[in-house]
Each structure stands twice: as C-alpha cells, then as structure tokens.
Design a protein around this ligand. Structure first.
Ligand SMILES: *Cc1c(COP(=O)(O)O)cnc(C)c1O
Length: 474
C-alpha cells in the first residue's frame, strides 16, 4: 500500500472519541487527557507510516489504537512515583528512596500535614515558634548536645555550616577526607560554594596531628572532619581521631565540625555489626558541631541534622541560607516521630525499618525466604525456584566493606531469559527490583517484608510474567 492509502486508514479524532473504550476513559479521566493521548497516538502512527513500517505491524497498530489510547490516558493521569519492592538486599538503596519510614510515623505525619499544625507557632505563649523546636530538646536528650536544628538534607547542613562559619577564611580538611559521595556532592566543591577556602592537610593515606597544628593561622575559621563513609583505605593509613582534633580546637578556639554522614544513635557493635561512630560519641569526644543525614542509618526522613554548641547553632539559625534550606513540615513531623522511637533503644531497633533489617538474624531472614520459595513453587510457574544464601549490604555509603549474611530465592525462568524477567518485574504495577545472580534472578529476603511476599506471587501470576508471552502481550 502507498503512503496516501495508509493515511486514509487513520481514523478521525471525532470517530475515535465516540468509541466505547475511549468514552469510558473520558468518564474516568476527563476529555483533555484523552484528547492528548489520541493526538500522541496518531502522531506515532504517522511516524510509523513515514518510516515505512511493515504492513502487518501497521495494521496491528491501527487495530489496537483505541486500547492504546486508553492505556496512554491512564498513564498520563496516574502518578509515576510509586512504592516498589526492594529485593536487592541493599538496605539503604539511594535509587529506591533510601530509608523506608515506619508506617505509624508516616501516618502521624500525614495527619499533621493534612491539617493545620503548630509548625511555627508556640502554643504556650501564642507567638511565632521555630520548626525545630518540636524536637530540639528531644534531640539534645538523645545526643547529649546543647542545641540542635535540622535542614533539608546533610548536603545542605554541610553547606550551611561552611557558609555561616567558614566564609571569608580557611577550613582545614585532611586530604584523606576530601570525599565525593555520589550525586555530585564533593567536599571541595561544596567548600567553594560556601565561600570558605579549602586548606588541605596531610596525604591521601596519612594525616597527622602536626599537619593540622601547622595549618592553623589567623585565617582559619573551621576544622572539618569528614567521615569517609563510602570507602575504606586499608594498609598504610592513618587519620587523626576527632578527640585529638577537639583538643586542638579547644586550644585555638577554632570550632571543630564533624560531618558524620550517616549518623547513628545506636551502638551497632552490640548487634554484631562493625563499629560506626555514634552521634553521642562525636559530641562526647568534643566536636563543636556534628551533622548527619536523617535517611541513612538513622532510618528517618530526608533531612540534615545538626547538633552541637549553642553559640554555633544560634549563628546557623540566624543565617539567611537557613530559610532556603529549611526542612519541610512533613519531614519535620516524621523526624520527631523517629526521635521519639529512640527514647527506647530496644523498641527503635525493632520498629525502625532500616535498623530492623540491618540487625535481623540470618535465621529470621531465611524463614521469609522459605515462605517466598514455598509460594512460588506452589504457584507452579515455569521456572526452577531454589533457596539461595547471599549477602546483603547496608548501602547508602555506610559500612563500605561489610556484607551481611542473608538468604533469598533464586528464580531460573524456563521460557524466558533472566534479562526479560528482570525487565518485566520492573514494569509490574508494584515493581519488584532484584539482581541477576549466577544465571538466575535473585530476591534477597532481608529487604522484603512478610506482607510483600504474597503480593509478589500474585503479581507474577496476574501478569503471567514467567510465561513466554506475558499477560499484556497475549
Ligand atoms: C551522605 C553524606 C552526605 C550527604 O547527605 P545527604 O543527606 O544525602 O545530603 C554528606 N556527607 C557525608 C560524609 C555523607 O556520607
């Protein structure tokens, strides 16, 4: 057929609008998105004609036009951001929203944001209040600090500290701590943004106390210690403990700032994990300011938390950047809930999802893996299903070299390749993300909840994704 005849086959917009499928779509989502979808689908067909697609394919595209328009309308009108099931075994998965929040905390926060609240209103005296006031005292009680505040994220916290206290002078940092932590956050670049001059000391592998001591001059505004959370230098390496730097800070009157990255309140060594410096320790060791993320090992919302001495926190609170970097009300509400959990450490470790996953014994994870294995086998999918020991990771730049013994289920599909399986699982209504492992697709049970297990199996069944042609293609 020539081009002209093909063009004549394209249905008119009015005709399409009258079809039953599209009428239903209009009732559900409205005429504007439906018209938009029609125009876009017709544009696709015209492109196919111009590019001389095969006759069979063109005919099929024309035949399924109304369904494709409905699907496109649905997509235009539904949110793209949605929950996913994390079967990767990486607990703090930066691409998957880092730390999941405890449902009760999220619920309480939802109540607050869907109503008016005392976010910046002091109920005692009826005056304007601070948005950190709700959790400042609590945070001081947990960490032992004099004062506290929170901003949008830890990157913002570092920028604020350097801008407010380091601008117009030098900030001393060890060459071994000039880290990049992904997402283009590099200490030297943040330093430049802040207007503080970076004064590098020591070498990549070794920095001594004297290196810091010799670098101090009239221009020095800050001593910054950065927790190198996402890599490890092994071998001939040395850095100066914060405690010693605190001594130098006290002698010279220059504030010591510690960027802990992934702040924790719980001594994880007690749960069989390697030592990760806690915020309490950093304060006790004499840091003047300590900053850390809300959504790494703390297990809360995205936030940058700053604790430390009154005189410095006061300066930060007054700085103009604070208004631009401030924490939003949803995060503030979740954060307060999260801190409340920490008043009882035992409860925190059970309640806060990140801590629960991190500290859960292998035997418990294995039980969940067995449950998933059992349901998958029962469903009779065309695949070999086996239990599989594996290694989980903390992720999010914490415990860089550490792996946690875990257990999962390996799926060996019989009718499709592992690559196709991975792609289809990713496109489920509730996407399931896992990893390829020795010719199989592996789901690590450490990061999957018990409730999600039947959900995974039902989704695979409904969409027939282990079959040669899946539910949507058939
Ligand atoms: C993760 C991290 C940051 C940035 O924290 P965000 O909350 O992601 O902005 C800053 N410094 C260090 C050392 C980190 O590990």
């Amino acid at each position: 057929m020539d081009k002209k005849s093909w063009y004549r086959k394209i249905p008119k917009v009015d005709v399409l609008l009258e079809t039953e499928e599209i009428q239903t779509a209009i009732e559900k989502w409205g005429k504007v998105p439906a018209l938009d979808a029609i125009r876009r689908e017709l544009e696709d067909i015209r492109n196919m004609i111009e590019r001389r697609w095969e006759e069979g394919e063109l005919l099929e595209a024309l035949e399924h036009l109304p369904e494709r328009i409905v699907e496109r309308t649905r997509k235009l009108c539904s949110a793209n951001l949605r929950p996913v099931i994390n079967g990767t075994g990486t607990i703090l998965h930066t691409n998957l929203g880092r730390s999941p929040i405890h449902p009760e905390a999220a619920e309480q926060a939802m109540k607050i944001v869907s109503s008016y609240s005392n976010l910046e209103y002091n109920l005692q005296n009826g005056n304007r209040g601070e948005r950190y006031a709700h959790f400042e005292e609590l945070l001081c009680r947990i960490t032992g600090a004099e004062a506290a505040m929170a901003v949008n994220n830890n990157a913002a916290a570092v920028l604020l500290i350097l801008s407010a206290l380091g601008r117009g002078g030098e900030t001393i940092v060890s060459r071994g701590e000039l880290v990049e932590i992904g997402g283009k956050f590099r200490i030297p670049d943040v330093m430049e943004q802040s207007g503080s001059v970076l004064r590098e000391v020591g070498c990549t592998n070794k920095t001594h106390y004297e290196d810091y001591e010799e670098a101090v001059n009239e221009e020095t505004r800050l001593i910054l210690k950065v927790h190198t959370s996402n890599y490890k230098i092994v071998g001939f390496a040395e850095s100066v403990p914060a405690k010693e730097l605190a001594r130098l800070a006290a002698q010279t009157g220059i504030p010591l700032v510690e960027d802990l990255g992934s702040g924790v309140f719980v001594n994880l060594e007690e749960y069989g994990l390697p030592h990760e410096p806690t915020v309490q320790e950093a304060i006790k060791n004499g840091a003047d300011l300590v900053c850390f993320s809300g959504d790494k090992l703390l297990g809360g919302p995205q936030a940058g938390i700053i604790v430390g001495k009154n005189i410095y926190i006061d300066q930060l609170k007054k700085h103009p950047l604070t208004r631009a970097l401030r924490i939003d009300k949803y995060a503030a509400a979740v954060l307060e809930q999260c801190f409340l959990e920490y008043l009882n450490e035992e409860r925190a470790v059970k309640h806060i999802p990140v801590l629960r996953m991190l500290t859960e014994p292998y035997e418990e994870v294995r039980k969940r893996a067995e449950y998933l294995e059992e349901l998958l086998i029962k469903a009779g999918f065309p695949a070999k299903i086996t239990l599989c020991d594996c290694m989980s990771q903390a992720g999010g730049g914490s415990f860089p070299a550490e792996e946690i013994p875990s257990c999962g289920v390996a799926i060996f599909p019989k009718e499709i390749s592992v690559t196709v399986l991975e792609e289809r699982l990713r496109q489920l209504p509730t996407p399931v993300i896992g990893r390829m492992f020795n010719e199989s697709f592996l789901l690590d049970a450490r990061t999957i909840t018990e409730e999600q297990i039947p959900e995974i199996v039902t989704e695979i069944k409904q969409e027939q994704i282990l079959n040669k042609t899946d539910g949507r293609e058939a």
